[in-house]
Every structure is written in structure tokens, then in C-alpha cells.
Design a protein around this ligand. Structure first.
Ligand SMILES: [Fe+2]
Length: 289
């Protein structure tokens, strides 16, 4: 008789498996009833650019849990632009990995290369993080941000916020496929597959200089022998014309691009009510730009 799954996100309904033999499908994954375990399954949600958008993060985490995914990586920019930096940082604590993004760094140190509106948002965000100074929760948030790595390497896989060349700050936009020199240099630093965020535009860059938007590939891409860069899009501030949150699921060698609806009007209203956050930061959520 199969046992039940007790994963980090609390999937513990043994009735799903009772009387079943062999693999049972749960969302994207399988539970091997014969072995009472997940069998050689590499299932991971990779998210990025939450930007202090609590409604978007909660919706994505609900989607991840519903799919039975236990492992979550975040590619940075947990905060910046949005109205709920403290809440979002605390929701990220249980993730398996989280990288430092340029907005996280700006809140910790000084904003560099930000426009006036983004800079005001950085200082407002820092004020939120500094509130209740001396409390344990406040200290833990600072410590957590201060210890985030800029890059994670695993066999065949690399994870960065920006690019393999400049993990924190370099943008790799779809139009960069026409910049052969830049792309060759970046690909030369990637062993096989590099997951990245920063532009908020999801898709796959191939080594022969193509950009594949998720809609063009039916939201699925099979990792193969060739090197690729995969942009996972943004949870909290999508910019490819679709206001839904974006993230990816890595299921062995298959990447699934996912979109999740959330209440962007609620987030926008919070932004409008905060003077230091430009109204544009709320408007853009409604259009995904
Ligand atoms: Fe970002």
C-alpha cells in the first residue's frame, strides 16, 4: 500500500494513491506507488522578478502547490517597484534557492543606473525594510537579502538574474539575437542550459541565434544537445503584453512555460495609494508592459 507524500508544500492526501499501482499523475509529476516515492523525477518551478507583488506571488505559489511541485528556485528581484516587499521576502524563505537581483541589491546598497521613478521606489522599499528596526523579523529579512548568491551552478545548469556574463545587471532581450558578438560571448560562458530573468520577457534563446516566444512553441521546450538560455519571465511585473504572472516548470528535460492570473487591480490600487511609488508602476501591471 503506498504511503502518502509529505512535501514542503503539504501534499499529504493518501487517498490519491490508494488502490493504485505504478505511477500516478499529480499535475506535472508522478508518484510511484510501487516504490512509495517520487521516482527519478526532477521537477522544479523556476520563478523570477516578483517585485514585491504579493497578489502575484501568492497566485503563483498556489499554482505551484496545486501541481505537486516541491522545489522552487527564484532568480532574483524579490523586491522593488511593488507595495509588499517585506511580505514577499518572508514568502521566499522556504524556497530551495534564491538569487540576488539588481533591485534587491539596490535596496541593500545604493541604486546604480536606475531612472528617477525606480530610484524613488528603491528608497521607499528600503524604508519598509528598515521599519521596526531592531526586531528579529526585520533583522532576518536584511540578513536573508544580504546572503543571496549572484549565481548558482549545477551540472549542465546555471541560474542567474541577468546573464552568464553579468549575473546581476546584464539584460538579454529578444532583439539581442541580432547582436552576434554579445550572444556568442554569453553562450561561451554557459555549459549547457542557463535560466535567467531580468527582462521580464519569457522565452528560449538558441545558440544559432533564434528567440522562441512561449506561444510559438506551444509553451513547451525540450532540452537537448544544444545550449540554450531560458528566460522564465516575471511573476510580479510581466512585460510581454500579457498581464498574467509568468514562470516555468522544469520536468526532467522538458520546460513548461506557465501563466497565472492574479488580481492586478488590487496590487495597482495599493501602488496608487503610496506616494513614492509612481502610478505608472500600477498602470503597467494591467497591460503587462
Ligand atoms: Fe526585475
Amino acid at each position: 500500500m503506498p504511503l502518502f507524500i509529505l512535501c514542503k508544500w503539504g501534499i499529504n492526501d493518501r487517498s490519491v494513491f490508494e488502490g493504485r499501482e505504478g505511477p500516478v499523475e499529480i499535475g506535472f509529476t508522478y508518484f510511484d506507488c510501487t516504490r512509495n516515492s517520487f521516482k527519478d523525477i526532477a521537477l522544479r518551478a523556476i520563478i523570477s522578478d516578483i517585485h514585491a507583488n504579493l497578489e502575484a506571488l501568492e497566485a503563483v505559489l498556489t499554482d505551484i502547490r496545486r501541481s505537486g511541485i516541491a522545489e522552487i528556485y527564484c532568480l532574483g528581484d524579490v523586491i522593488g517597484y511593488g507595495p509588499n516587499p517585506c511580505e514577499c521576502i518572508e514568502l521566499v524563505y522556504p524556497f530551495d534557492k534564491c538569487l540576488l537581483g539588481n533591485h534587491d541589491q539596490a535596496a541593500l546598497f545604493d541604486p546604480d543606473g536606475f531612472n528617477a521613478s525606480a530610484e524613488r521606489a528603491v528608497f521607499w522599499t528600503r524604508g519598509q525594510l528598515e521599519a521596526a528596526a531592531g526586531s528579529e523579523r526585520q533583522q532576518k529579512r536584511w540578513d536573508y537579502l544580504g546572503e543571496l548568491p549572484r549565481l548558482v551552478r549545477e551540472p549542465n545548469f546555471m541560474y542567474v538574474h541577468g546573464s552568464a556574463r553579468n549575473p546581476l545587471n546584464e539584460y538579454v532581450f529578444p532583439e539581442d539575437i541580432y547582436n552576434e558578438r554579445k550572444m556568442e560571448r554569453i553562450f561561451s560562458l554557459v555549459e549547457k542550459y542557463c535560466f535567467q530573468g531580468h527582462t521580464h520577457i519569457p522565452g528560449v534563446f538558441t545558440e544559432d541565434l533564434n528567440f522562441l516566444a512561449p506561444e510559438e512553441i506551444d509553451f513547451t521546450y525540450e532540452l537537448g544537445a544544444k545550449k540554450v538560455l531560458i528566460n522564465v519571465g516575471s511573476v510580479g511585473q510581466p512585460r510581454n503584453g500579457d498581464p498574467r504572472s509568468s514562470y516555468v516548470v522544469l520536468d526532467q528535460n522538458t520546460i513548461h512555460f506557465k501563466r497565472v492570473e492574479y488580481d492586478f487591480n488590487k496590487t495597482a490600487q495599493k501602488i496608487y495609494a503610496i506616494q513614492d511609488l509612481d502610478n505608472f508602476l500600477g498602470d503597467r501591471l494591467k497591460e503587462g508592459r
